[in-house]
Design a protein around this ligand. Structure first.
Ligand code: Z5A
Length: 213
């Protein structure tokens, strides 16, 4: 059995990750892939509990290091219980956010040194990295406007625009550092255009994937 693939969706607030997730899953299933859709922080019962703690604006605000460590605690559980078993079984895992979000939010946004994040990445993931990361990019103003009116903002959504600008800058730098893995898509375009670009990237990955054993 060939191992499956890990695809991650990244980007700032409201850029369209959730909107495109189902389209991607539907497309890949149409190509005969067994797809697991998941998210971070979350994806397991423990991970979802950590997510609630992290996003709830009523929770005691975590120190920056505590926030980073909780993201990786949720990720360790997610990898052990969901991602690695699915990949071993030949399934394709589609995750709404993964470790690039830690670089962007805790590194870029909060200012934690990248080498600390790298250390946790290596500890928790070993050599596992996504096979493809789709970075949906838009200025924060666009995403925040799209996300407006969805109810009370969570703890991250309550940040100032300068925070989201730093997050975006870090994501764009990651795309420059890892051009083979991270494919940037201009998320300000009409949805149909965004989706056809995404499908183009998926087709490249499908071509490079060995057919089932
Ligand atoms: N976080 C972290 O700090 N560190 C980490 O390591 C990880 C996460 C893993 C939760 O993420 C928070 O966790 C996140 C970072 C932090 N906080 N923030 N901000 P999340 O992914 O659950 O939260 P989110 O980024 O706020 O997701 P979102 O608000 O649900 O946005 P989205 O999924 O990207 O957008 P959407 O819901 O698909 O689309 C928003 C609206 O735009 C919707 O009405 C769509 O119909 C519309 N849309 C989408 N695309 C288009 C186009 N192309 N044109 C026009 N309208 C569009």
């Amino acid at each position: 059995m060939n191992p499956g693939k890990l695809i991650t969706l990244e980007g700032g607030e409201g850029v369209g990750k959730t909107t495109n997730l189902e389209m991607i899953a539907h497309y890949l299933r149409g190509q005969g892939k067994d797809v697991v859709v998941t998210r971070e922080p979350g994806g397991t019962r423990l991970g979802e509990a950590i997510r609630s703690l992290l996003l709830n604006p009523e929770t005691e605000p975590p120190a920056d290091d505590a926030e980073l460590l909780l993201m990786f605690a949720a990720r360790a559980q997610h990898l052990d219980r969901v991602i690695r078993p699915a990949l071993r079984a030949g399934r394709w895992v589609l995750s709404d956010r993964f470790t690039d979000a830690s670089y962007a939010y805790q590194g870029g946004g909060r200012g934690i040194d990248r080498t600390r994040i790298q250390m946790l990445e290596e500890w928790v993931q070993g050599s596992l990295r996504p096979d493809l990361t789709l970075l949906l990019d838009a200025p924060p103003e666009v995403g925040l406007e799209r996300a407006r009116g969805r109810g009370a903002p969570d703890r991250f959504e309550s940040e100032q625009i300068a925070f989201f600008q730093k997050v975006r800058r870090e994501y764009l730098q990651l795309a420059v550092r890892f051009p083979e893995r991270i494919k940037q898509v201009d998320a300000t375009q009409p949805l149909a255009v965004v989706q056809s670009e995404i499908i183009g990237h998926l087709q490249c990955l499908l071509k490079s994937a060995p057919s089932p054993a």
